[in-house]
Design a protein around this ligand. Structure first.
Ligand code: NYM
Ligand code: MG
Length: 216
């Protein structure tokens, strides 16, 4: 494997209960065992002051206007953007559990006329652009049968169904160029194997010799 001049920016996405947390952890381990230095992040980052407001909203402990919560989710990425860029430049591979893709589709899934995919995407312009996003695809009915479903805001079957439709709509736009769909309805090991193959494939691409770009 040729040494990379910079680290890669990798995102894992999917519906709630698609297996993101498990696969995110395994991917980090697999990349480390390839000898890479890895930084693991997740959004929302519930530890910052903005993240704490998001956490309270998701748990139903506070109310937020739909546009306001959208902008808080985006701000929660912006507060980490500088740290992500520097880590990548220092050679760390940054692996993130959810990113602007979730940001766009969960808000747009509320189906308000004044909260379109485009409106939802605009605040994300300028953030570090992922080299690859692996979308763990699962039928909402299968996800709903997995543990703990239904605890937080957005964890309803109507919402998850709409979120999945919008993920597919997003794949037809420029964001789709970076997305690889993986069938998450299989065993943990099968999904894990598929993810590492796709990620390794991207890390061999010529774009890895160039600086990280921005979401445009
Ligand atoms: N979510 C996550 C959003 O609505 N917008 C965002 O920008 C992000 C990053 O938060 N249902 C939603 C998706 C999830 C919820 O995330 C919490 P997680 O990964 O389930 O803790
Ligand atoms: Mg969740």
């Amino acid at each position: 494997m040729p040494p990379l001049s910079r680290g890669a920016l990798i995102v894992i996405e999917g519906l709630d209960r698609a297996g993101k947390s498990t696969q995110h952890a395994r991917l980090c381990q697999n990349l480390e065992s390839q000898g890479r230095r890895v930084k693991s992040l997740r959004f929302p980052d519930r530890t910052t002051p903005i993240g704490k407001s998001i956490d309270a909203y998701l748990r139903g402990e506070s109310q937020q206007e739909d546009h306001v919560i959208h902008l808080l989710f985006s701000a929660n990425r912006w507060e980490a953007a500088g740290q992500i860029r520097s880590a990548i430049e220092e050679g760390f591979t940054v692996v993130i559990d959810r990113y602007h893709y979730s940001g766009i589709v969960y808000s747009a899934a509320k189906d308000k006329v004044d909260l379109s995919l485009k409106w939802a995407r605009d605040p994300e312009i300028g953030l570090p652009r992922p080299d690859v996003c692996v979308f763990l695809d699962i039928a909402p009915e299968v996800a709903a049968k997995r543990g703990n479903f239904g605890r937080e805001k957005y964890e309803t079957s109507a919402m998850q169904k709409r979120v999945r439709e919008l993920f597919y709509e997003l794949m037809g736009t420029s964001d789709g160029l970076d997305i690889r769909v993986v069938d998450a309805g299989r065993s943990v090991e099968e999904v894990e194997q598929d993810i590492i193959e796709r990620v390794n494939d991207v890390m061999e691409q010529p774009k890895m010799a160039k600086p990280l770009t921005a979401i445009l």
